[in-house]
Design a protein around this ligand. Structure first.
Ligand code: FAQ
Length: 313
């Protein structure tokens, strides 16, 4: 069959909502963009452990410490499912990690901001995981089978993350004046970076057209961002706090909340590596990779030994 027919059949499958599986024929660009998105998603989960990891030893109670450790561990697990999903497309894990360390592969801009106070743990859970879920629920229906299936489990865990974050902020919001100030300050600092997680505006999104056609993405960056604003603008009322946006108001004609302009210059600066913590985050990942070398070597030696024994038997 010539490549034109193969592409037609491929698109027909996508349009019929039939999942694309690892051994199926797929256009090169579909494979590449899935490797790009899934690996960057995996990197985000793993780098995303760093801002919260910094607070494990300073959690205010045993209960909060246990919750935080469980959440961070989940994020590490999400990274692993996602690396495994990307490997089914023929990319080695080592190559993906090298691309992260060399700066070739991106990870979410949000993890280049510092977690300055305990209230940030709540704000990250509520706003960062909240934004992540908004995007990931859509991805449970993405066209590439292994990615879609990984997302189903990830979303279940992320919804616990979001709820624990909201509950943690709720406690602060009902606490002392000092706790209320901490809570509001964390919301103020995480709000705009959380909106940036959805990516550039649609007209600047270079990958969206093809990703929508191939149903890798099923909603655009701006659609998801609007959905997130509409959800959070209601939830903030329960906290009795405010969002740091004077332009935020309900628009009865659009049936959505209007909101202010994102600082796109800041977004692109962070994406290019010039955010407040970019260097620190990459250094931490490289150090962890180096320190983990003996674990990888030991696992490889054990696998080789097992293989030899099985063959001999
Ligand atoms: N940060 O053409 P588009 C989490 C890049 S997981 C950095 O619109 P696309 C869990 C983009 O890669 C959070 N770079 O791109 C957690 C592209 O560059 P490229 C991560 C960004 O792919 C919570 C260029 O800009 N979630 O938080 C960002 O169609 C708490 C043009 O953009 C995912 O990765 C950004 N924010 O749409 C963990 C979900 N936005 O690659 C720990 C899967 C855009 O061509 C604690 N990914 N860029 O060189 C996606 O849905 C998509 O990749 C988007 C971007 C929506 C992120």
């Amino acid at each position: 069959m010539d490549s034109h027919n193969l592409e037609e059949q491929f698109q027909h499958k996508i349009d019929q909502e039939i999942k694309i599986e690892p051994k199926d024929w797929m256009p090169d660009a579909y494979r590449k963009t899935n490797i790009r998105q899934i690996s960057q998603h995996a990197h985000s989960e793993v780098v995303g452990m760093l801002p919260e990891g910094n607070w494990v030893s300073r959690a205010p109670s045993l209960k909060r410490k246990v919750i935080l450790i469980a959440k961070i561990q989940d994020e590490g697990g999400h990274g692993l499912y996602l690396y495994a999903a990307a490997e089914t497309l023929g990319q080695s894990r080592e190559q993906m990690i090298n691309d992260l360390h060399s700066g070739k592969a991106k990870y979410s801009s949000i993890f280049n901001y510092p977690a300055l106070t305990w209230a940030d743990m709540g704000a990250i859970g509520w706003l960062v995981d909240g934004a992540a879920i908004m995007n990931q629920v859509m991805l449970t229906r993405t066209s590439y089978g292994p990615y879609a299936r990984a997302m189903v489990r990830i979303c279940k865990e992320e919804s616990f993350h979001q709820r624990q974050g909201f509950e943690s902020l709720l406690v602060l919001s009902k606490g002392s004046e000092g706790q209320r100030v901490l809570c509001q300050d964390a919301i103020n600092r995480w709000w705009w970076p959380a909106l940036m997680m959805f990516g550039p505006r649609d007209h600047e999104s270079t990958n969206s057209d093809m990703s929508m056609k191939w149903r890798i993405k099923r909603k655009t960056n701006d659609e998801l961002r609007q959905q997130f604003v509409d959800m959070i603008a209601e939830q903030i009322k329960v906290l009795g706090m405010t969002l740091p946006d004077p332009a935020l108001r309900w628009n009865a004609i659009r049936n959505h909340y209007d909101f202010g302009e994102i600082n796109w210059n800041e977004f692109w600066q962070v994406v290019k590596g010039n955010g407040p913590c970019n260097k620190e985050r990459l250094e931490a990942r490289k150090k962890a990779w180096g320190q983990g070398a003996w674990v990888r070597e030991a696992a490889q030696a054990y696998a080789n030994k097992k293989n030899t024994r099985t063959k001999a038997a």
